[in-house]
Design a protein around this ligand. Sequence first.
Ligand code: ZN
Length: 493
Amino acid sequence: MEYEAVIGLETHVQLKTRSKMWCGCANAFGAPPNTNVCPVCLGLPGVLPVPNEEALRLTVLTGLLLHCEIPRRAKFDRKNYFYPDMPKNYQLSQYDQPSTLGGHLDFEFGGGIHRTRLTRAHLEEDVGKSTHFDRHSGVDFNRAGVPLLEIVSEPDLTSADMAYAYLNALKDVLVHGGISDCDMEKGMVRCDVNVSVRPRGSQELGAKIEIKNMNSFSGVRRALEYEIPRQIQAVERGEKLIQSTRRWDDVAGITEEMRTKEDAHDYRYFPCPDLMPLEPSDDWLAAVRARMTELPLARKQRFMRDYQLPAGDAEVFKNDVPLGDYFEASAKHAPNPKAVANWIINNLQARLSEANERLAAEQAAMGLEAGEVKSLTLPGLKFPPEALTELVALVDAGKISSKIAQDVFAEMFDSGERPGAIVERKGLLQVSDTGALEQFCDQAIAANPGPAADFKAGKTAALNFLKGQVMKLSRGKANPALVGEILEHKLKA
Ligand SMILES: [Zn+2]
């Protein structure tokens, strides 16, 4: 029998705020343990939480970007449990009235667009971090109270690779939207997975098994690559799987049972009496709506549609937003947007990284630390996007050859002078005047009787050699198409 997996994901991301969720402590990674703490995030008696408004805005912004419904009333609840990294003995979360409901995420998978429905995205707080040493354990509360968004998907995913694609697309939206940096190295993203298996085509859901403790997308993929065959083999052996929670061991590459349904936690959720319900006003919602950005996938599709770019080029501009913006500013008025994309992807990026390598070497020679002097980025370019439009138009109109255009581009990059001005100053206009070209062709034929005879004898490749000689004589300015025609005409005469 063939089996299929049914997968849902719960993705926790730290929001990009300057301070924590309920106090003024910094939301910052890497400080010495227990230095970004105060009585509120340490859960000392008698303190009251004050909601971080930016975290509320980022939550609703996420909801808008993911096509969720934004309820006009939401609230915070206490999720009660004991753990050493949580001094209050409850975590503030949104239980039955979250800030966003429903929604979906579209992403590219298997050559098409896959839509995964979302259940909700709700706001909660992070807890501290335990570290176990040889003879003792320590808790760092710097992370306690950092705003955490939990994005819950419906069980619409059917493979480890599809889950991986979903997570990357979700990350794209969150990073582009300015909601989270999603830096996995810094623990900003953590995932729980719900997975079951069933005979392909069956509508019934198998026993749901939750896998916890994954802090990378590749970890999620590996855990699923382990867990799905494990479940299928168990079912095939005739075992009855029961609802349970498992832990992913990233080093061993296996999942292990933590607890079964029988001892599942009862969190005794109840509304937090210290916090008012959230009732966003029309003006407040409008201000959040104004911060919406184009979704990465929509941007890629628009670049392919509006500028006839191949998927690969559009993908580059989707992933690098400033580069895509630069492309668009230049391509909008260009006769040939694909040529603009080529200049940016093939030439501009290479020049930028060359310039930055040079800068880094100079800085090292001066004894400066890396990063002390800023590297060259798009805003630091000496020429505006319109200059690139101008260059492409010069090539397109046959005024300069593409070879000359390379030299003009190098000069633009170094001096910032406009391409039209460079061409004029250096006399680089392509020679399309047949009289002048005929002279060059006569010279080339006279100086190279061998290849000329070869061509007459039927070796058509000899024409390219003669064409090259004419280009040399004209110092690259001859119009190559015209040169070809004239040479052929002369040699066949
Ligand atoms: Zn604090």
